[in-house]
Design a protein around this ligand. Structure first.
Ligand code: TRP
Length: 864
């Protein structure tokens, strides 16, 4: 194992020469002077402690890595990494945890843990260097002494996902488990690619879900996305876009901060018309870490843009670099999800013990002093800074390093070390022949293989600070976040305030809890900023998506008639229609031939008609003994007048709201009265015809048309109509119905005929009678006599037929209530036609020309 691990370093890779202090050692084996084995490059750990079991730690103790120098004509000079006190604190937390475990009498009582801590410089390539260096022994002389399994059992690291991917690939062939304290990339879920990867930070799948819910919660539907150029950013943006699919939220732009910071590109993002400066997307979600954010934010602040509401990812939401008061006007109000914090009891004291006096040879500690105090504690490093003793007190104000009030990443490191310790502890507790390995064997305590530890890591569960720690099958841990809001502290600096939580284990919809009132938004506002592309439509309008633009950008167009609402115009329920503004559904107007103007006119005409008929009746009755009445068969005339009165009155049934009864009555009453009326006229015509065609007086024909027969004819021909009507009423009576087809905004109440056949039969029968009457009267029109009844009958039938022929097309083409009006008019018109044609001339003679009211005159036999 050890040799295998040595291999990569011996065939070492020249592009790894990126160390901040490269030291090349040459190794001359004692046995051979000719063969020289040299280490191409050796990378020393920053902190080492011996122990029975050694774990590795990789931390980004420096950041702002410059790109590798590609020139191969000289050995690359040490690169300028900047010291990161935050990561240094994490490294110290690992040391603290190991110390605690070594002192513990419960956890690994008889064994000690050792560690080797390396710097990854927050860059994949340097992370790779750290991983390779960690696999090797510290010195060439370590190589021959190796025996048994590698002393390196597990690795705690790395921070950034991009580095963790590289480290995990290097560790994979050796089956060395790694526990990352900060790599949240969703890409690690593929167990086939990263079989030895564990982490104590939630998978980003949960974070993007939380961010999506946050955006929806504040109705931020038009947002910008900015990410760093690494796997973490790429996968997070991809996940967030997926999560936002099917929601109201749209992405205005997606930008990437280049890996090698490029001011020109950054300014394009910041000041470009479509991007930050002028976009309506006031909310910007950033997946990036403080390292790359620092120059970007500096340029952003130089542009003097304010009003951006930042949504920070877990990687920078608790970065103390940005807590200075100069940041507040630009970054105040930032909201984001921070990983779970915990409490590490002895952290503060432990961190205080680290000072240049204690570690005079450790470069990092001197660098820490440089970073915190701006002074050089060691003259040997050739610094131009003022010198200091190295005994300075570490205080709260050195928050970049001493911030221990709510450790989050440091707490993760702490948990990770304990996870290894607990797993090792369980491994050592293995009972003989009851082990989990082949043939129920256990691991040998003096020769533990890392893959054996991996098995125990997968199984481990323990409690720390009241929190349960374990790993699921993919090596992920429990998804829990704090919602963090950047508010102004007393000194004008930024404070991270907890304003809610996201618990991924809760059921959907209950995961996110936010205390809205506690939040301070960008620009020191307590009102939620607006970040939308188009303001929502007024009621009565609907969204019309603009061609080629996302769904969140739309125009508003008014709803069609009959539809209301703002989101989407929806149809009003049946019997309802939109109001003028399309804001509400109101019940449809119900229309029928009511007692409005038209109804009243019709009623009046009908009543006048009926009265007139009765008046004629009265006149005839009063003058019933005069010639003109008698010669015209008074009984039939009274019948006709009676029927006509009914005809006028039945018109009234057509006015008013249709009911079951009025519908049944309408057509039947009308058809029977008309039938009766025309039957009488027909009887009369027959009589006239018979009277004059009888050549000899006392001819038989008259005998056949006596009053009795006449009544029988009238009765008989009316009975036919009655029978049709009865059949109609029994089989398919007319019924009231609601017609919404003709005009969709109204309900027209009308009488449906029930059976069209019956309706047309009834009309047809009346028509048949009228035609018959007309033909007979026409035959009799030339008969002698001054007062030829037949002429008037012909005329009246002509009018009658004309009216009804006109009625049919008008009836068919009129909608609901108007059809009723048309029918009423036809009834009235034909009624008046009959009344006038048949009775006006007689009344004229009776009332105005009584001298002509003699039998002689009427027979035309009057002597001149
Ligand atoms: N969760 C981030 C990640 O998985 C945290 C992080 C640490 C990071 N270091 C970084 C992100 C550097 C970007 C760059 O990567």
């Amino acid at each position: 194992m050890h040799l295998l691990a040595l291999l990569p370093l011996l065939v070492s890779v020249s592009d790894l020469i990126l160390t901040s202090a490269p030291s090349i050692s040459i190794f001359f084996p004692a046995t051979s002077a000719t063969k020289v084995c040299t280490l191409q490059n050796s990378f020393q750990p920053d902190f080492v402690a011996e122990g029975d079991f050694v774990i590795g730690g990789i931390f980004p103790l420096h950041y702002n890595q410059e790109m590798p120098d590609l020139n191969s004509t000289y050995l690359p000079p040490p690169v300028n990494c900047r010291f990161d006190p935050r990561a240094f604190r994490w490294a110290q937390t690992l040391r603290l945890a190991v110390d605690e475990i070594n002192q513990s009498s419960e956890l690994l009582p008889n064994n000690t843990l050792g560690y080797k801590i390396f710097d990854s410089c927050a860059y994949p390539l340097t992370g790779q260097r750290a991983a390779l260096a960690m696999l090797n022994g510290l010195k060439e002389r370590d190589a021959p002494v190796c025996s048994g399994a590698s002393p390196l059992l597990a690795v705690i690291g790395e921070s950034g996902s991009a580095q963790s991917i590289v480290v995990s690939r290097i560790l994979r062939p050796f089956r060395i488990p790694m526990i990352s304290y900060f790599s949240s990339c969703a890409c690690f879920t593929d167990r086939r690619k990263f079989p030895t990867f564990f982490r104590v930070i939630p998978n980003d799948d949960y974070q993007v879900k939380a961010i999506a819910q946050l955006l929806i919660h504040f109705n931020w539907t038009w947002v910008g996305l900015v990410r760093g150029d690494h796997e973490y950013g790429r996968f997070a943006v991809q996940g967030l876009l997926q999560e936002l699919q099917g929601t109201q939220v749209c992405v205005a732009y997606q930008e990437m901060i280049p890996l090698l910071y490029n001011r020109k590109r950054a300014l394009e993002i910041i000041s470009n018309y479509f991007v930050m400066r002028s976009s309506l997307a006031k909310v910007v979600v950033v997946f990036s870490a403080e390292g790359e954010m620092t120059p970007f934010l500096r340029d952003y602040m130089n542009q003097n843009i304010t009003g951006i509401q930042w949504v920070a990812s877990e990687a920078w939401v608790t970065a103390s670099v940005f807590t200075g008061s100069e940041y507040y006007p630009f970054l105040g109000g930032t909201i984001g999800f921070g990983i779970r914090k915990g409490h590490i009891q002895k952290l503060w004291e432990y961190l205080q013990t680290v000072n240049p006096q204690q570690y005079p040879d450790n470069v990092l500690v001197h660098e820490l002093w440089e970073a915190l105090y701006g002074c050089s504690s060691s003259q040997s490093f050739g610094s131009r800074l003022p010198s200091c003793s190295g005994q300075e007190l570490l205080l709260e104000q050195h928050s970049a390093y001493m911030n221990t009030s709510s450790p989050r990443v440091a707490y993760n490191v702490y948990k990770a070390v304990y996870a290894v310790a607990h797993s090792l502890h369980n491994l050592l507790l293995c009972q003989k022949d009851r082990g989990p390995f082949l043939n129920n064997s256990c691991a040998q305590s003096n020769n533990i293989h890392p893959w054996q530890l991996q098995h125990y890591l997968q199984e481990v569960t323990f409690d720390i600070d009241g929190e349960e720690v374990n790993f699921d099958l993919k090596g992920d841990s429990i998804p829990y976040y704090d919602v963090i809001n950047w508010q102004r502290g007393t000194g004008g600096n930024i404070e991270f305030v907890n304003v809610g939580l996201f618990d991924g284990t809760k059921s959907a919809g209950e995961e996110l809890v936010i205390q809205d009132s506690a939040i301070m938004y960008a620009g020191h506002q307590s009102k939620v900023p607006v970040s939308i592309c188009s303001t929502s439509c007024f009621p009565g309008y609907r969204k019309a998506v603009r061609r080629g633009e996302p769904l969140c950008c739309f125009d508003c167009v008014p709803c069609d008639t009959g539809k209301i609402n703002s989101v989407d115009c929806t149809f009003c329920p049946e019997d309802f229609w939109s109001n003028e503004n399309r804001t509400a559904c109101i019940s449809k107007k119900v229309e029928f031939l009511a007692y409005d103007t038209l109804g009243i006119i019709l009623t009046l005409i009908a009543v006048v008609g009926a009265c007139l008929t009765m008046a004629v009746f009265a006149v005839f009755f009063y003058h019933r003994n005069t010639a003109i009445v008698r010669v015209n068969n008074s009984e039939l005339s009274f019948f006709i007048l009676f029927a006509l009165t009914l005809c006028f009155l039945c018109c009234l049934v057509f006015i008013g709201e249709p009911t079951v009864w009025s519908c049944m009555l309408r057509h039947t009453a009308f058809s029977i009265t008309f039938s009766l009326c025309i039957s009488c006229i027909l009887g009369k015509t027959l009589v006239v015809l018979a009277a004059f065609t009888a050549t000899r007086p006392g001819d038989n024909i008259m005998k056949w048309l006596g009053p009795k027969q006449q009544r029988a004819i009238i009765f008989g021909s009316t009975a036919v109509q009655v029978i049709i009507c009865v059949a109609w009423l029994i089989d398919a009576p007319p019924y009231p119905s609601r017609n919404t087809e003709y005009e969709r905004s109204k309900i027209i109440l009308e009488c449906s005929v029930g059976s069209n056949l019956a309706f047309w039969c009834v009309l047809g029968y009346i028509g048949l009678q009228a035609c018959l009457c007309f033909v007979l009267a026409f035959l009799a029109r030339k008969l002698p006599g001054n007062f030829n009844e037949a002429k008037f009958i012909t005329f009246s039938m002509l009018i009658f037929c004309a009216v009804w022929l006109a009625f049919i097309p008008a009836y068919i083409s009129s909608p609901g209530n108007y059809a009723d009006a048309v029918e009423s008019f036809a009834i009235l018109a034909s009624g008046f036609g009959l009344l006038f044609c048949l009775f006006a001339p007689k009344c004229y003679i009776i009332l105005l020309k009584p001298e002509k009211n003699t039998k002689q005159h009427l027979m035309g036999k009057e002597k001149k």
